[in-house]
Design a protein around this ligand. Structure first.
Ligand SMILES: C[S@@+](CC[C@H](N)C(=O)[O-])C[C@H]1O[C@@H](n2cnc3c(N)ncnc32)[C@H](O)[C@@H]1O
Length: 267
């Protein structure tokens, strides 16, 4: 499986090669307006892509991975060494720095040393996860190799801190858009929430513009079926993809359950 450079909740890492198999064989520009940890971007590795996310610190980090991989790896190494020498105060000082200045260098470090590697912000946009005491954080040279590998994969990608509608404004017939919005029924688990009606109008608009889309959407989780029925006229194909186990569930009650994700396509 792909080694993530940015660990992100809701990552499509375990499903990315399956989802990729449903992509059209050829297309123009690739758009991914809910980029998160970018697992589909890596799996598809398009020559040219336009990516976005409403979370600005995340987008700033993507730009550093693309443009300054070695400096970013050096920045991690310096902070990681500080943590080994000074202990937990280094982590909390760096977290304060991040919340004051939003430096992607601090975010890279926090994401690799916080509890379960979960990037988490409070309502004020402050990073609020704690230090993972029992783990040292990934070794700097291992992370450097991952950053450099991803950097090579995303040289043809542009990143925008914008709403999904804005990010895909320039898409045209022949282009493809992969959509992985936050779950509509679990408000607040991700950064930002999105309005369902506005999202349906958006899909209708993509159809009208002749743009192909693939949409990962609320699926079936264990016994409970959380499927939100997408209006039939908006898509042509609906698949259920097994996606491994729900780590979210595992954390809560110590057991795993099968998770299915919906994939809708308008072609
Ligand atoms: C399910 S996650 C995407 C995960 C990604 N596919 C991966 O593999 O890591 C959804 C993303 O949508 C972003 N988001 C929420 N509201 C948004 C909006 N209105 N426009 C663009 N992105 C938004 C969140 O910040 C989050 O990164």
């Amino acid at each position: 499986m792909i080694k993530p450079v940015i660990k992100w909740s809701g990552s499509k890492r375990s499903q990315s090669s399956k989802i990729k198999s449903f992509f059209p064989t050829s297309f123009g520009t690739y758009f991914e307006p809910f980029i998160g940890g970018g697992s589909m971007l890596y799996a598809v590795s398009p020559e040219k892509s336009i990516c976005g996310d409403i979370c600005k610190p995340l987008i700033d980090l993507w730009k550093e991975i693309r443009d300054n991989p070695d400096q970013l790896a050096d920045g991690y190494s310096e902070r990681w060494n500080r943590l080994q020498e000074e202990g937990y105060t280094a982590y909390y000082n760096i977290r304060d720095d991040f919340n004051a200045n939003k430096s992607p260098y601090d975010l890279m470090f926090l994401s690799r040393t916080c509890v379960n590697g979960l990037i988490r912000f409070n309502d004020k946009g402050e990073f609020n996860n704690s230090l993972h005491y029992s783990r040292p954080g990934i070794n700097p040279e291992s992370l450097r190799a991952i950053i450099k590998d991803w950097s090579e994969h995303i040289q043809g990608s542009e990143f925008f801190a914008d709403d999904y509608i804005v990010t895909t404004n320039s898409a045209k017939s022949g282009d493809v858009v992969y959509l992985d919005p936050p779950y509509f029924h679990t408000k607040g688990r991700y950064f930002g929430t999105i309005d369902y009606e506005r999202f349906l109008e958006y899909l209708d608009d993509l159809n009208g513009r002749g743009i192909k889309y693939l949409l990962s959407f609320d699926g079936k989780r264990g016994e409970a079926d959380y499927t939100v029925d997408l209006p039939k006229e908006l898509y042509k194909r609906h698949e259920f993809l097994p996606s491994g186990n729900s780590t979210f569930k595992k954390v809560i009650d110590g057991e795993t359950e099968k998770v299915f994700e919906s994939l809708y396509m308008n072609y």
